[in-house]
Ligand binder design. Sequence first.
Ligand code: HEM
Length: 503
Amino acid sequence: MSDSELITLCLLPSILALLLVSILIQRKHQTRFKLNLPPGHAGWPFLGETIAYLKPYSATSIGAFMEQHISRFGKIYRSNLFGEPTIVSADAELNRFILQNEGRLFECSYPRSIGGILGKWSMLVLVGDMHRDMRIISLNFLSHARLRTVLLREVEQSTLLVLSSWKESCTFSAQDESKKFTFNLMAKHIMSLDPGEAETEQLKKEYVTFMKGVVSPPLNFPGTAYRKALRSRSTILKFIERKMEGRVRRMKEGGGGGGEESSREDDDLLGWVLKHSNLSTEQILDLILSLLFAGHETSSVAIALAIFFLQACPRAIDQLREEHLEIARGKKKAGETELNWEDYKKMEFTQCVISETLRLGNVVRFLHRKALRDVRYKGYDIPCGWKVLPVIAAVHLDPLLFDHPHHFNPWRWQNKCTSNPRGQSSQDSSSSTCPGANYFMPFGGGPRLCAGSELAKLEMAVFIHHLVLNFSWELAEPDEAFAFPFVDFPRGLPIRVQRHTLL
Ligand code: HEM
């Protein structure tokens, strides 16, 4: 055999492999070519349309970018966002389909920077079995039984603590106050930290820096909010780790040593995971940080939104006062002081106010998913690996689903709209005069439905109870909620209050 024949023989397998790969790539391209992608365009190289998509807009709207895209392309369109080809859905049915098919056709897929800052074991980024295990721990901790027995009392105490510090005729930020309320509550529930204590205040300070980074562009350069947040993250984790070590030591020394302190500690999240789970230290730290984040930011914005919407709707305040006065009179007659579960169940109009606040304010505006395989929906193809953004805010503000969607109207929920938190079709949707009720998903849906949705509603209801019974309030300066896309009041929602005694 000549030299050239030998070389050809050696190279033949590689040449054939290359040929095969190029045929496969071509096939794939051809198939892609045949795909019926939703209309849309990719925008600038690399950046795509991300900057326009993230441009701040009023939280009670879907923003000019989305409005223009929907009117041009329809409710399902393609784009390039966060550096990836993306299908954006403002379509109520597709959104529900995406959330219900978590783990089968779609999977949670937050930008990598979120994992960088919340941690790789954060529930927001975990998928599969590990997500399931963490979810079980969270649900156990936020169970109905705990809401009735422990959390209702803690929520009321935290509410009263914040409201008792409000001074008449002073101007203060309602947003800061609601953050104080939800932070104190979570810090107590998670690690038995008492409000006002030096270590709680220290943690709160670090947490504020941390939060600024979570919601800022992920630029890890000296001086950026993201870099500072990464530093705060490690300070917070060290703090939690010290707490953990103290607990482990006390547990080893003799089951916590008994007493009120130790039974309180047994009852908080840290105590529970240490005793009942096999999680590693790193996993426990990320779980605690992500619960602090999930449980604090969202509820505080929701309460600030309720304060904002209500001050512009005196009729709703009057009806709320009637409802809560009746409860308060009943308690006075029975010689009781603390709210109980039966009182909470009587807060029916309050639940309408809560639903309407969440519908119009849209605390969480869209979710991050990716397609696990090629999916065909309503004639469109969603290619495997593409990002998918179900925009829940667009559904809540859709005029075909909610009458006058930009109007704060809690009465729309009375008898008519019964929300279905699991995002599944109602058994009898024909009896609903509010077609949007079946697509109302402020807490997401499917297997990743918010673990704290019931706690969030309880917090809002108890806060509203004491707020309307004890105060009137007005905006001290004009302000409104913006979507950055996280919802925030640029001036902090400055209010002035007047105290009154109705009983
Ligand atoms: C008004 C307040 C709240 C809103 C609007 C809200 C909204 C949401 C949404 C939309 C999701 C789904 C995220 C996704 O599918 O990608 C979620 C998940 C979650 N929320 Fe909330 N939330 C609120 C309050 C709370 C509270 C008080 C807690 C308690 C600690 C909490 C804990 C969680 C957890 C642990 C998850 C992850 C669930 C999972 O992945 O299985 N949330 N929340």
